[in-house]
Design a protein around this ligand. Structure first.
Ligand SMILES: [Zn+2]
Length: 277
């Protein structure tokens, strides 16, 4: 059965909150998913912190990152990252962009980020490094113009993760669950790499190990287990997005509201009358 667009919006809100809750993104960063019925469009939240994204915040864009409908809210400034990657990579159906502190030391130094353990392999055997100066000289380091997004997409190439000089990282996936899995475990790999470099000499997984371990992790069983873990953690914190009211729930709410209106209004206290003046 094809997934409904309401479900797409809800899943994307959940993905945003997971990434916020797991420390991949904070006030900034964003996740998107390609429209399941129209490959020339994608969904991305309005400009707000990912930890608070609601299904109703999700907007629809074309691949030039123009809104499909007139906006009454602010979109993310760096949305061209998503549109240009969807244009360049028909196999990509979900994108995450973040400025996680786990990867920033690599973005600042150019030290290669390499897969070091089985879950880290999901970020890909090779993580390219994008230096915006190569195409644009001095900039504000953000990716705002379509040509900047296209340059980043070229640097990503056929890989799944790209580091951005003094900025952050962008991650691609064939599904929303996959890109979340890759983003979280890529950040863990970066943290572990820093710690490992402090105590000894590191050696990356070889190409066969990175490929096989990465492919294993993306099977339905490990993916479902991880998704359950991350969503339960949202529930524990009480930040799992609320479900839309069903038709059965709405009349009850209306009746409760009608009953409320029968209660005689309270008389204003002297203090309240004073505040009005
Ligand atoms: Zn950014």
């Amino acid at each position: 059965m094809p997934i409904s667009l309401d479900d797409v919006r809800r899943q994307l809100a959940i993905a945003n909150r997971i990434l916020g809750n797991e420390g991949v993104i904070d006030a900034f960063g964003h996740a998107s998913v390609r429209h399941p019925g129209n490959p020339n469009r994608y969904f991305l939240a309005r400009s707000r912190s990912p930890l608070f994204v609601e299904p109703a915040d999700i907007l629809e864009f074309d691949l030039d990152s123009e809104p499909v409908r007139p906006l009454t809210v602010q979109p993310y400034g760096e949305r061209v990252i998503h549109g240009e990657i969807y244009k360049a990579r028909p196999d990509v159906n979900a994108v995450v962009h973040h400025h996680s502190g786990a990867v920033l030391p690599f973005c600042m130094t150019g030290v290669p980020l390499v897969p070091l353990f089985h879950l880290g392999a999901t970020m890909g055997g090779t993580v390219p490094f994008w230096d915006q100066r190569d195409d644009f000289g001095d900039t504000n380091l953000l990716v705002i113009k379509p040509e900047e997004g296209a340059s980043l997409a070229r640097a990503l190439g056929n890989n799944w993760t790209v580091l951005m000089r003094r900025h952050g990282a962008t991650i691609a996936g064939t599904t929303l669950q996959e890109v979340v899995f890759r983003s979280i475990n890529g950040c863990l790999n970066a943290e572990y790499q820093l710690r490992a470099m402090a105590i000894g000499t590191i050696g990356p997984l070889n190409a066969a190990e990175a490929h096989d371990a990465g492919a294993y992790n993306l099977q339905s069983r490990p993916m479902a287990r991880a998704w359950e873990y991350w969503t339960l953690r949202l529930g524990e914190r009480g930040i799992f997005p609320a479900r839309k009211k069903t038709a059965a729930q709405r009349p009850a709410r209306a009746a409760a509201s009608r009953a409320k209106t029968k209660v005689a209004p309270r008389k204003k206290t002297a203090a309240k009358r004073g505040r009005k003046r």
